[in-house]
Design a protein. Structure first.
Length: 111
């Protein structure tokens, strides 16, 4: 059995970066720095997860925000910009904003 929760007001940005495998680790480092020094301090930031593909060609950032407006306001902050500018010299990217519709998790032992 799985536990199901329904739609929330949180918005999710999923950004898939395509990168040469020789630059994947550097891209991870740059996105980590951008998030630590700037993005994570922005009003409305909820969380972020950084993923790298096993074949070395993709890095994916999954970030959640209180609202699209909070995300857009963060983009005006120059603090993470140097890290993001260098990241864009290493990779192409495809950001898409989503809303959470369903979340699935295992039921507890006592259910």
């Amino acid at each position: 059995m799985i536990q199901i929760s329904t739609k929330s007001s949180i918005v999710t940005l999923i950004n898939v970066f395509t990168v040469d495998p020789t630059h994947q680790q550097r891209l991870v480092e740059l996105l980590t720095r951008a998030t630590v020094v700037g993005v994570s301090h922005a009003p409305g930031f909820v969380s972020a997860s950084l993923h790298r593909s096993l074949d070395g060609t993709k890095v994916t950032m999954y970030a959640q925000w209180r609202s699209v407006q909070d995300y857009q306001a963060m983009r005006q902050d120059p603090t993470p910009l140097p890290f993001l500018q260098e990241a864009l010299t290493l990779a192409t990217f495809e950001p898409v904003m989503y809303e959470v519709v369903q979340t699935f998790a295992p039921l507890g032992e006592d259910a």
